[in-house]
Design a binder for this molecule. Structure first.
Ligand SMILES: [Cu+2]
Length: 95
């Protein structure tokens, strides 16, 4: 496996007491498989669900396990996501 096929992985910490998703914006490069990893905290509040409308993704966050979302990187794009109530927001930029 060459270095060029290496995956990109980035982390977002989920904490309702700390303004939501940290960092709020994550950037990936076009053309390499990308995974966004949601790291739970002990203050999940209503953030026990993450929704990527454009990707048709709606995942439960149980506050214990990390949750990995695969991000398409075939072309430049911006994917917004939110908690289940559309109250806390984050963004994934592919460029
Ligand atoms: Cu919410």
């Amino acid at each position: 496996m060459s270095i060029f096929s290496k995956n990109q992985t980035k982390k977002v910490v989920v904490n309702a007491d700390n303004h939501g998703y940290k960092p709020a914006t994550v950037t990936f490069k076009v053309g390499k498989p990308a995974q966004l990893k949601f790291i739970p905290s002990n203050n999940m509040g209503c953030m026990n669900e993450v929704v990527f409308k454009d990707l048709g993704v709606d995942e439960k966050l149980d506050g214990k396990s990390e949750v990995i979302i695969n991000i398409p990187t075939d072309k430049p794009a911006t994917f917004n996501y939110a908690c289940g109530m559309d109250m806390f927001h984050g963004k994934v930029v592919v460029k």
